[in-house]
Structure formats: structure tokens, C-alpha cells
Design a protein around this ligand. Structure first.
Ligand code: CP
Ligand code: NVA
Length: 311
């Protein structure tokens, strides 16, 4: 059960670190409860949510739209061609207008700085649906999936192999908050930025369990191996350069065999044949579709707490 007035009510969720460890735990617990069918409240009854997309989306858009409907709310989805943030009007002006119509905003923007500007100008709560810097909603679903499939996070050893991108950054924050070991294996020059590591370390100075490596052999003892595309949305022109830089970092059967029993994770969409082979993503250890499915429950739990009506 969520308390009648959640401590998260009205807050923004731009990064995993906008929650403290107890609040993150509460969101995950509610997500599990919703999935188990033991919570069927409709805290978004009479509420309307705007969704802004500057980049393409499948999972995020559909899971938010379905989740909002299941919570009793309604939604308007605006794509790149509608609002044209920064082209037809400034991010701030768009936020101040939306604020007068809706009860919450879900935004997938090209830059994290624009998201911060949007959230600063909007009084209504804003949820990050992915930026160049982070993808916190994906990580909520991933944590939920890991708990379902592998048990308590503290007993796991997550190894992320690939680009030190938005997914890696949000995983790092989650590791700092919930205290699970996380290793990021990337080619030289493609690790998460030092500022990302430094900021996460401030969340948990005493038990910071993030390590970096350039050696794929370090996947040994992993309980989960996670990867993502090598060139994220907005980096399409780097695809060839990155394909070469990451060639040794493909998650294939040989790499999975180096960590017997490890599950395979990917936020999707995948570039099959690049960062992961068909054999692995379609294999027995793959939990990628569970991750995608859990976006629904994780975001319902988050929205119930941030956007829900006070009772
Ligand atoms: N994983 C994820 O966010 O997928 P979409 O880009 O399709 O929303
Ligand atoms: N890193 C990817 C994640 C897509 C869900 C991107 O930003 O394109």
C-alpha cells in the first residue's frame, strides 16, 4: 500500500538519485505488488498526463500510456512534430503552457539540460523518459526484473558490457543507492564520464560498489550481464567508428559461457549481430522481454506516487 499522501507526491523524477534508498525501495515494492494483482487503485482518476517525445520510442511510450489508463488517468502524447521544443517555442514556455493543462509531464528529450529546464519551469511533476544522460525508468524495471529472477540485489553481481551511456549512468546510481556490486566493462574512452561516477559516489561514500574494467574476461562471476546498443539515439553518425571500437565487446555465447548461470539483460531495442548475438538474446538466460514487460508495473508504481491525487 502507498501511504494516503506519498512523500514523493509532486516531485520530479529526472534521475534514479532523485529518490533516496528507502523511496526507491518503496517504488519497487509497489511495482511488485501491482504486478501480483494485489493493488488495483486508480489514483490518476480525473488526471491528465502529457507525454513529450523528441526521440522515437516503443516501450516507453506504450507502457506509459497503458499504465496511465490503468491508473484511471488520460494522456496526450506529443511527438517531435507537435510541440517542436526549442524551434516553435522555448522549453520554458512550453513547460509553462503544459502546466496549465495537465497534472504531470513525461518527457523524452534530446538533452538532459533541456529536461532540467523543463522541470524547473513546470510546477507539475516531470518524469524523465530518457535523455542523453540517463534512463531512470528503464532501471526501475530492470531492478524489479533482477529481484524477480535472481533474488535480493545485494547478493548479485551485475556486469554491464558496452557503452558507458545513459543506461550505464542510471545503473551506477541504482548500485550506489541499493548497494549492489556493479562492474562496467567498456573499451578505453567509452566508460561513463568521471562526473557520473563522482556524483554517484556521493550517494554512498561508505559502500560504493562500482568498478570499471576494459577486459571482457572480468565478466567471470557475473550473475547478470547487461548490454545496450553501441551508438545511442543521436549518435548515429558515430555508428561505424563505434562498431570497430566495440568489436571485442560483443555479448556472444563465448562471453556468456565465461559467467555460467548469468542472466542476459538488454533495455531494447537491440542491434542483433552487433552488441549481442541472436543466440544470446533468444537464449535461455535472456530476460530482455521480462525487463520490457516490467516497465509497465515500475512506471505505474512511480506515477501512483508522483502524480496520484491526494486523498
Ligand atoms: N527501452 C526503451 O526505452 O525502449 P524505447 O526506446 O522503445 O522506449
Ligand atoms: N542508450 C539507448 C537506450 C535506448 C532505450 C539510447 O539512448 O538510444
Amino acid at each position: 500500500m502507498i501511504p494516503s499522501v506519498s512523500a514523493l507526491m509532486g516531485r520530479d523524477f529526472l534521475d534514479v538519485a532523485n529518490l533516496d534508498a528507502a523511496e526507491l525501495r518503496e517504488v519497487l515494492d509497489l511495482a511488485h505488488t501491482i504486478k501480483a494483482g494485489r493493488w488495483a487503485e486508480r489514483p490518476l482518476e480525473g488526471r491528465h498526463v502529457a507525454m513529450l517525445f523528441q526521440k522515437p520510442s516503443h516501450r516507453t511510450r506504450v507502457s506509459f500510456e497503458v499504465g496511465i489508463a490503468r491508473l484511471g488517468g488520460t494522456t496526450t502524447t506529443l511527438t517531435e512534430h507537435d510541440v517542436q521544443l526549442g524551434v516553435r517555442e522555448t522549453v520554458g514556455d512550453a513547460a509553462r503552457v503544459l502546466d496549465r493543462y495537465v497534472d504531470g509531464i513525461v518527457a523524452r528529450l534530446r538533452t538532459h539540460d533541456d529536461l532540467i529546464e523543463l522541470a524547473a519551469a513546470a510546477e507539475k511533476p516531470v518524469i524523465n523518459a530518457l535523455t542523453d544522460r540517463s534512463h531512470p525508468c528503464q532501471i526501475l524495471a530492470d531492478l524489479m526484473t533482477l529481484e524477480e529472477r535472481c533474488g535480493p540485489l545485494g547478493k548479485q553481481r551485475i556486469v554491464y558490457v558496452g557503452d558507458g551511456n545513459n543506461i550505464a549512468a542510471s545503473l551506477i546510481e541504482a548500485s550506489a543507492l541499493l548497494e549492489f556490486p556493479l562492474m562496467v566493462i567498456a573499451p578505453p574512452g567509452y566508460h561513463p564520464k568521471q562526473a557520473v561516477i563522482d556524483r554517484a559516489r556521493t550517494l554512498n561514500v561508505g559502500r560504493f560498489m562500482v568498478t570499471l574494467s576494459t577486459d571482457v574476461a572480468d565478466v567471470a562471476k557475473a550473475t547478470a550481464i547487461y548490454t545496450d546498443i553501441w551508438a545511442s539515439m543521436g549518435q548515429e553518425n558515430e555508428r561505424e567508428v563505434r562498431r570497430k571500437a566495440f568489436a571485442e565487446y560483443q555479448v556472444n555465447q563465448a562471453l556468456m559461457d565465461a559467467a555460467p548461470g548469468a542472466v542476459f539483460m538488454h533495455c531494447l531495442p537491440a542491434h542483433r549481430g552487433e552488441e549481442v548475438t541472436d543466440e544470446v538474446i533468444d537464449g535461455r538466460q535472456s530476460i530482455v522481454f521480462e525487463q520490457a514487460g516490467n516497465r509497465l508495473y515500475a512506471q505505474m508504481a512511480l506515477m501512483a506516487q508522483l502524480f496520484g491525487a491526494e486523498k
